[in-house]
Design a protein around this ligand. Structure first.
Ligand SMILES: CC(C)(COP(=O)(O)OP(=O)(O)OC[C@H]1O[C@@H](n2cnc3c(N)ncnc32)[C@H](O)[C@@H]1OP(=O)(O)O)[C@@H](O)C(=O)NCCC(=O)NCCS
Length: 202
């Protein structure tokens, strides 16, 4: 089986803790974000509406409850993680925030964000991932909005480029962590500008 970024093998089977984390993540995304899937769930995408889109705020008491419960569980997850896990997560967060501020600035609030895209190795290369990505692009176009994402590595850049994304910055992490022996990790920040959608009468 391929690893989480599709480039390396898992050394250990997924633990029950990771299964619970994944289920909580999906419960949150399905209730609060845009989730599309294909091939009976073997390929899926999670995207966030633009922050200044009124639909991105909770619309009901239940959605408020989901939002705050997930926020609390996320805080608990970081607090209970190991020292290395906590350090990596804060390094990753700081590097991302700096890059987002520098490259997107206030514009980030107007943009859709692709949080996660994955296709099971058994159906990769059959066009599912690309079509799901294009569906989010079509939604962004219909709203006249740009979309951004952080690629899991340079290996996925050609795939995203074929779907209209351009790299605007390579975020680099891993350099300051003395426990990390794998060298620097490059995470390209990519943006897709909206395409003009013709409406009748144009
Ligand atoms: C990146 C990923 C989501 C693409 O999903 P997918 O369903 O395979 O996407 P598609 O089939 O639309 O496109 C894959 C591209 O790789 C090419 N490809 C060729 N052989 C392939 C193979 N054996 N496996 C995968 N892709 C292959 C396809 O032809 C296609 O190229 P195209 O864009 O020119 O058509 C998938 O590889 C994946 O889940 N990777 C692991 C997780 C990951 O990296 N997610 C992205 C985080 S940034």
């Amino acid at each position: 089986m391929l690893g989480t970024d599709g480039t390396q093998k898992f050394l250990e089977p997924i633990t029950w803790v990771e299964k619970v984390k994944n289920r909580i993540g999906f419960w949150y995304w399905i209730n609060r974000k845009i989730v599309l899937h294909a091939s009976q769930g073997n390929s899926f995408i999670v995207a966030y509406r633009a922050k200044n889109d009124s639909l991105s705020s909770p619309q009901s008491l239940y959605e408020y409850l989901v939002e705050y419960t997930f926020g609390f569980l996320g805080f608990l997850g970081v607090a209970l993680s190991s020292g290395i896990g906590r350090r990596r997560s804060s390094e990753f967060k700081a590097a991302n925030e700096a890059a987002e501020k520098q490259c997107l600035g206030e514009r980030k609030n107007e943009m859709l964000y692709v949080h996660l895209l994955a296709t099971s190795p058994k159906v990769q290369g059959q066009g599912y991932g690309g079509r799901l990505l294009d569906a989010i692009g079509d939604l962004a176009d219909s709203q006249g909005r740009a979309t951004w994402l952080i690629s899991a590595g340079p290996h996925n850049v050609p795939f995203y480029e074929r779907h209209g994304y351009k790299t605007i910055k390579d975020i680099i992490v891993g350099e300051s962590d003395i426990d990390w022996k794998g060298g620097q990790i490059i995470l390209p920040l990519m943006v897709r500008e909206p395409r003009y959608v013709a409406v009748s009468g144009d």
